[in-house]
Structures are given as structure tokens and as C-alpha cells.
Design a protein around this ligand. Structure first.
Ligand code: ADP
Ligand code: MG
Length: 699
């Protein structure tokens, strides 16, 4: 057992009772934990105030001087000791309401002392109650002039474990720590080129800094370490999978792929689509299992890429599946893909929870007998009794809607795990992709199909609705269709539905049959009714579709040129962008109107302004991360990868880049970490990884 693994109970002055308290309140159970309990701020004891400089808003001060007079005032409860304290020029009063005897005895008049405390004012004159006092002689012997302040709890304080006591514990820990206990884990070449302090020094300085600058250097070094170790772990998972997880070989590009490419594809692929297909192709002939994240903005054409990868699988006698988060989206993929592949004589099936009884039984049999080439569906696909004959590829569309468990369940669907292609609904900020999704290879479609016009986005208040209605009528008169989306926070909440139905009524009064026909789609309808209403809109029988966010993902009606988002302030940025992506798919000029109430929070204003200013999903993703912080972004909460203690992927982007670069250099030059220079690092990762095995196998 190493020194740092010792129980905190063994540290001088702690013992079993305080140890239990520290465990409960601050999760500190070993020396190591105490070392990692970083102060949240420091008090600068190197700076001295003078009484003259104290102003009405002054808070804590440290002053050197002497007590020139004691006086006891009041009686009974009111009794207090007042000391007149004098620096070079001026005086102020120090007050004690208890411990009076002790003070008078231990702090003789005229002795040079240092006083620290919070200033208050009485009749306009500054005073300090119960100051901390240290004789000047003792003060000069202080080792640390930046006093660490540790976060505590009420319980700890009640039992006498104050910030000061924790500081004493840490100080003592450093005193008894054998040399070389804190082992360096960053290669010396990096430390030298980046002028970073050693690990040992950084831990000392973050608790007890010499000065502000060394505190900053310590934080810098430790933040870098967090990113660096995380990046290495991720790289290690990627390369480990490469070595250990054998993949199916898609050796041939055969008649499915080629016929589709030559005769079915209704448009030319964009350069980005071609590049991504090449990247995927390379993975699938490498002999290892592919785990790739496909990022692309809304409407960038991810579906056709997924289909073409599926055709690669079929050409190699494998089956493929595509999993989508909603029934509507799965159905739409199904219809879309059937249409695109008419000439190919493919057997494609749709599996959702609505496929029941005999139909389901037949489908599952056919699937197991290799009579189905491509299965499209919802999370029904991961159910145990869905058995493939030979699953070569699993595509997961709109990945953030699925949990980690559902994704990893797809791994189990074949003896040799299928290649996995994960597609995102909206771009993921670069820094997040590097951390939360860093164990996946990443492809980006950074180009929209030609001819798309930028969507004009405006923000309007509810009271401007009549003007909006006029504009809608004009659009409909020229043959266009319109979406109106209402927020539903929880699909079950009664209040929200009342709002929704009220909103629908308003539109129904403006747009009456037989002049206008409306589709209404929401989560309380049966799948069949939803489908009918959707189809009426898709076929052009209705001009307006009023819905909840069920249309958020993937719905494709190129003739729709207008998206109206009700109570837009209630939506998050990526959701707004996703919704807006439903229009601007045809050749007509498209509009997005964000309706809101009069009162808007600062954040809501920022979101709406961002939407009006840009159509670029990558910029919006960055902004979203900036506004909300990493913890709140979809799909990252459960990953556990963002639990950096000091570093922040929004505020320390530069350091994250540096860590990523340095990691790549190392992995490139010494992938197995065999060099002597990397020995300590390897050792550290081994020990560290043993403690972090839970997420190793997740894609
Ligand atoms: P997303 O990436 O949001 O899933 P889709 O795959 O639904 O986007 O594609 C959006 C629309 O763009 C579809 O109508 C699709 O047919 C069309 N599309 C895809 N690729 C191209 C291309 N290279 N040229 C023209 N249109 C394309
Ligand atoms: Mg899509």
C-alpha cells in the first residue's frame, strides 16, 4: 500500500470519529483524497492594510500595529472588551464579547502584532470584532502567506473542523510525506517545453502558494494533467478496441452499392459526403470493428451516407440495421429508403412497437433466417428476441436520444460485433466531441447540399401575431406549407396540453375549412392517427401542421417553407436549430419565426439572438455549451467523462487543444508507451484505469 492510500484516520489529530465525518461530509477517506481537496480560494496574507485606507466598502483587512489601551465596557450580557489598536498613524477599535481574560493576559500592550478580520462600522468608525491576532515575531515565521480557504459544511464547523483545521491537516500531510510520494506523470519533455511545474510542486502550490503567480501555475499544470490523462485514456480505448475487437471485413463493393451509386442516387454526393464514405470504407476493411461518430448539421445528408454504408454491408452478405429515436422518424427513414432503393430488389423491414402479433413473429423469423437485408426501427431493435442472422452494421441515428445501455446492446447482436455508426442530430461542440465522445473516431459532413438558401430567422412577440397570420396566408397562397411547433416540457403534463390545445384553437379560428386544412400531431394520439395526420401534410392535403416536438427530428417535407415556434423561449438552442432544420429543404426561400412572450430571461435572449444571427449548427453548438455549461448538454451527463475537478472545457479550450496535440504526438511516436520517458505515465495510467473500468467498453 502506498503512503497516500492510508486512511485519513491515521493523520495526527483526526482519529476515527472525525474521519467518519470527513468521509460523510467531504468524501475524504484517504491521504490521497485530502491532497485532492483543493481550496476554493486563498487569502493573501502578504498584503498589509493601513487604517487610513479603510473605506465604507472594505471587508477583510490585515494590519500591523499594537494595542495601546484596554477598556472593559458595559455589564452582564452587554459586557465587552474594547482595545484601541494603533498602526503608524491611526487607530481603530478591536472588540471581544467573550474570552476577555485570555486576551488581556496574552496580548500585552505595546507588543507588535498582526490583526486580521472583517471591518464593521459603529457610528462611522471602523472596528473589528474578534480579530485573528498573531504576534509579529510569530507572523514572520509563517511559511505560507497565502492562506487556503477550504469549502466546509455546517456539520464540520459544529464539530470544530473549520477551514483552518483542514489547512493544518494538509500542512501536516506535506510534513510527514516521504520524498517522491507524488510521482510525476507528465513526460519531462512536455514539462520543459511548456515550462510547467512538477506534480509535487503543483500540489504543494495549489494548497500553499508562494504567491499569486505560483498559484496560477499550479492550477495550469493540474488542469493540463486532467485533460492530458483523459485524452490518453480515450486514445487507449480507441487503440485497445483496434487491437482486441475484431471486426467484420467488408471486402467488396458489389452490385448493391454500385447499382445504387450509378443508377438510383437522385443527386451528386457532396464532397463532404464522399470524404466521409471513404473514411468509413477504410474502417470497414481494416479488420477491426468500426466505432465512428458521424457529425453533420441538420439537412447535411447523413441518411444517404448511412444507407450507402448499409449497402456495403449487404454486398458482403451481412445484414444492417438503422435505429431511430421515434416511430415517426423510423417510418420516414423506411419510406424514404424504400423509395431510393426501388431498383435494388432489397428486402427492407420496419420494426417498431406498433408491429405486433403475427406480423412481428414473421418479421423476427425472417430476420433470423437472413431473409431481411435491412431492418429499420426504433429502440425495439435492441430487444432480446430481435435476432439477426449476421448483423454487420448498426447505424444509430440522432444518437443523443439514446442511452449508453441501448447503444451497447447493439454490440451483442452478433458474435463478431457489428460496425457501429453513430449519427448526431446537431453538431457537437468541438471540445465536447474531444472529451465526451473522445472514444469514437469522428467524421464530419461540413458542407450542405448545393442550392440550399439560408433560412431567414426572426424573433417576434406574441402580440405581433396578427401580422404573422397575414404573412402565413401569403405563403400558403403561393403554394407553400407551414409548421407550427408548441413546446411540451413533459409529454404527460396536463398544463402543457392545455396550452397546446388552446394554441391550436387560435390557429383554427384564423385558418378555417374549406379554405385551409390543418394537421395536428402530438404525443397523446395513437401512432396510427399521428401517421395519418403526418401523411396528410406530407402529401400536401393540409397546409399547416400544428405539432409538439414529435417532428423535431428528421421529418422531411421540402415544400414546407415556414417554421413557427411558439414559446420559443422555452426551447434549448440545439432543439431550436433542429426544429428550424425542418424548413429550407426545397428551393423556396424559407423562414423561421420565433414567437415569445414579453418577459425574457438573459439566457433566453441570448438563445433567440444566436438563432437570428446564424444558421451554422457548429457555431450554435459552441454557443449552447457556453450558455449552459458542459454538464447540461444532452447525452453527456451519464458519461462521467466530464468530471474534471479543475479544468473546464469551456474556459480552458487552449489547454484541451494542447493536451490533445501532446497526446497525439505520444501515441504516434510511442503507441505502447515503451520509451523510458513514458514509463511513469504508463504506470500511472495502469493504476488509474483499474479504478475506471466501468465505461471502457461503451461506444
Ligand atoms: P440529415 O443530415 O439532417 O439527416 P437528411 O439525410 O435528412 O439530413 O438530408 C436532407 C435532405 O437533403 C434530404 O431531402 C436528402 O434527400 C437531401 N440530400 C442529401 N444529400 C444530398 C446531396 N448530395 N445533394 C442534394 N440533396 C441531398
Ligand atoms: Mg437525419
Amino acid at each position: 500500500m502506498s503512503f497516500l492510500e492510508n486512511s485519513i484516520a491515521y493523520l495526527k489529530g483526526v482519529g476515527p470519529q472525525k474521519a467518519a465525518l470527513l468521509k460523510n461530509e467531504l468524501d475524504i477517506s484517504t491521504y490521497q483524497d485530502l491532497l485532492h481537496c483543493f481550496p476554493f480560494r486563498h487569502v493573501d496574507k502578504s498584503m498589509f492594510y493601513t487604517i487610513e485606507k479603510i473605506q465604507s466598502d472594505t471587508e477583510y483587512v490585515q494590519i500591523k500595529g499594537k494595542i495601546v489601551r484596554y477598556q472593559e465596557q458595559g455589564a452582564g450580557h452587554q459586557k465587552r472588551l474594547v482595545a484601541l489598536f494603533q498602526d503608524d498613524k491611526n487607530t481603530l477599535e478591536l472588540l471581544w464579547f467573550k474570552g476577555v481574560q485570555w486576551v488581556v493576559k496574552n496580548l500585552p500592550l505595546q507588543q507588535e502584532i498582526v490583526v486580521y478580520g472583517k471591518v464593521s462600522f459603529f457610528m462611522g468608525k471602523p472596528q473589528i470584532a474578534h480579530p485573528e491576532i498573531e504576534p509579529w515575531v510569530a507572523f514572520q515565521a509563517n511559511r505560507f502567506l497565502f492562506k487556503p480557504i477550504y469549502a466546509g459544511t455546517e456539520k464540520l464547523k459544529m464539530r470544530g473542523i473549520t477551514s483552518k483545521v483542514i489547512a493544518k491537516m494538509v500542512e501536516h500531510l506535506f510534513d510527514i510525506m516521504p520524498p517522491d510520494t507524488i510521482v510525476e506523470n507528465i513526460p519531462s519533455s512536455i514539462l520543459e517545453s511548456q515550462k510547467m511545474m512538477s506534480r509535487q510542486e503543483a500540489f504543494l502550490q495549489i494548497h500553499f502558494p508562494r504567491n499569486l503567480q505560483s498559484l496560477e501555475s499550479a492550477k495550469h499544470r493540474l488542469k493540463f494533467e486532467e485533460f492530458f490523462i483523459a485524452q490518453l485514456r480515450l486514445a487507449n480505448i480507441r487503440s485497445g478496441r483496434y487491437k482486441h475487437t475484431k471486426g467484420i471485413l467488408f471486402e467488396r463493393l458489389g452490385s448493391f452499392f454500385n447499382t445504387f451509386y450509378d443508377t438510383c442516387l437522385p443527386f451528386a454526393l457532396t464532397g463532404a459526403q464522399k470524404r466521409v464514405l471513404k473514411e468509413i470504407r477504410k474502417d470497414t476493411i481494416s479488420g477491426a470493428q468500426m466505432n465512428r461518430l458521424l457529425q453533420g448539421d441538420v439537412g447535411s445528408g447523413k441518411t444517404v451516407v448511412a444507407l450507402m454504408v448499409a449497402l456495403m454491408a449487404l454486398d458482403n452478405n451481412c445484414q444492417a440495421c438503422i435505429m431511430a429515436p421515434t416511430e415517426i422518424l423510423a417510418t420516414q427513414h423506411y419510406q424514404n429508403i424504400i423509395q431510393l432503393t426501388q431498383k435494388l430488389n432489397l428486402k427492407i423491414a420496419l420494426l417498431t412497437s406498433s408491429v405486433k402479433g403475427k406480423a412481428r413473429k414473421i418479421l423476427l423469423e425472417q430476420l433470423a433466417n437472413n431473409e431481411i437485408h435491412l431492418l429499420i426501427g426504433t429502440h425495439s431493435l435492441v430487444e432480446k428476441n430481435v435476432v439477426f442472422a449476421c448483423l454487420g452494421l448498426a447505424v444509430i441515428d440522432e444518437q443523443h436520444k439514446f442511452g449508453v445501455a441501448q447503444r451497447s446492446a447493439l454490440w451483442q447482436k452478433n458474435i463478431v460485433p457489428p460496425h457501429i455508426l453513430v449519427m448526431t442530430a446537431t453538431p457537437i461542440p468541438r471540445t465536447l466531441a474531444m472529451t465526451a465522445y473522445g472514444d469514437l473516431e469522428c467524421s464530419v459532413i461540413d458542407e450542405l447540399p448545393p442550392g440550399r438558401q439560408a433560412i431567414k430567422t426572426v424573433h417576434r412577440y406574441d402580440r405581433e401575431r396578427p401580422l404573422l397570420i397575414d404573412f402565413m396566408k401569403k405563403e400558403i397562397a403561393s403554394g407553400r406549407q407551414i409548421y407550427v411547433v408548441f413546446p411540451l416540457i413533459e409529454e404527460s403534463e396536463k398544463m402543457d396540453y392545455e396550452n397546446l390545445f388552446h394554441g391550436i384553437e387560435i390557429y383554427q379560428t384564423y385558418f378555417r375549412e374549406p379554405h385551409y386544412y390543418l394537421s395536428v400531431v402530438h404525443g397523446q394520439q395513437t401512432p396510427a392517427l399521428k401517421e395519418t395526420n403526418m401523411q396528410r401534410f406530407i402529401q400536401g392535403h393540409t397546409q399547416i401542421m400544428l405539432s409538439t416536438t414529435v417532428i423535431e427530428v428528421g421529418v422531411n417535407v421540402p415544400n414546407a417553407s415556414m417554421m413557427i415556434i411558439e414559446s420559443a423561449e422555452k426551447f434549448g438552442l440545439s432543439q431550436l436549430h433542429q426544429l428550424r432544420g425542418r424548413v429550407g429543404r426545397g428551393s423556396e426561400k424559407s423562414y423561421c419565426v420565433l414567437l415569445s412572450g414579453q418577459k425574457l430571461s438573459h439566457e433566453a435572449k441570448q438563445r433567440l439572438a444566436t438563432m437570428c444571427n446564424t444558421n451554422d449548427g457548429f457555431i450554435i453548438a459552441e454557443k449552447d455549451l457556453e450558455i449552459r455549461g458542459p454538464g447540461e448538454i444532452d447525452g453527456t451527463k451519464q458519461s462521467g467523462l466530464l468530471n474534471f475537478k479543475l479544468a473546464s472545457i469551456t474556459q480552458d479550450k487552449g489547454l484541451l487543444d494542447l493536451a490533445k496535440n501532446k497526446t497525439e504526438e505520444i501515441i504516434h511516436s510511442d503507441p505502447e508507451l515503451r520509451n523510458q520517458e513514458h514509463a511513469a505515465l504508463k504506470n500511472y495510467l495502469l493504476i488509474d484505469t483499474l479504478k475506471n473500468t466501468s465505461w471502457k467498453k461503451i461506444s
